[in-house]
Write a protein that binds this ligand. Sequence first.
Ligand code: SAM
Length: 248
Amino acid sequence: GGTLVLAATPIGNVGDASTRLAALLESADLVAAEDTRRLYDLANRLGVRVSGRVVAYHDHNEDHMADPILDQVSDGACALVVSDAGMPTINDPGMSIVRQAIKRGIPVTCAPGPSAVLDALALSGLPTDRFCYEGFLPRRHSERLRHLRSLRNEPRTMVFYETTHRIDQAMEDLEEVFGADRPVALCRELTKDHEQVRRGTLAQIVESLTQDPPRGEMVLVVAGADPDQVRAESPEVLSDQALAVLAK
Ligand code: SAM
């Protein structure tokens, strides 16, 4: 049989494409691409010719495309899955075909590469030893607040994806829930010419939004809750002393 390969693509700077990605684009029997035009555009920029069959594989057809693609992999094909940018499956198509391949016992591998999550996290200057990826916040204000409140005491660094037209509201909600002093990094246009990282407290970054509205693609990295503060604020969390007593 063949193999299913998830391949990461650049998130801005085409120079981040790996030689492995280029080789796979040339040699794959089948390429499942989120947007076929963008795939050919990437191949052109890398100077490679896509020789395999190209099929559209996106949010709206991924459930019913998975099996026909995997049938070909079973017959020996090497099938490549690419999204518009970054790592497939990370807020992009790919998860359903991976799950289906695992279920069918079909080999899956990954040609890793750029992803905005790790790029932003590393540049944030915030702790990277433990973090959680939160993807996009709910669009509706009430749901967004409820979701953020559930993260109020999250000790790990949190990574959110956000869009230009919701960033102001999202930042205000973050400030309301996490407090003005929580450290944050707003990472824009990563790997592109106008890459920018704004680091500061939530209050400072909210302030900066009015003076200099951020454009382009962005990731928000928010520091986790300070464990001492969580303990002081939530009486339901047992103190070290109480835990020591219970442990006896
Ligand atoms: N699969 C992609 C990845 O691995 O990063 C994420 C795809 S998701 C649909 C698109 C979101 O990722 C954008 O709205 C933005 O939050 C983030 N993103 C992607 N490229 C970015 C970049 N160059 N700079 C900042 N954020 C980026």
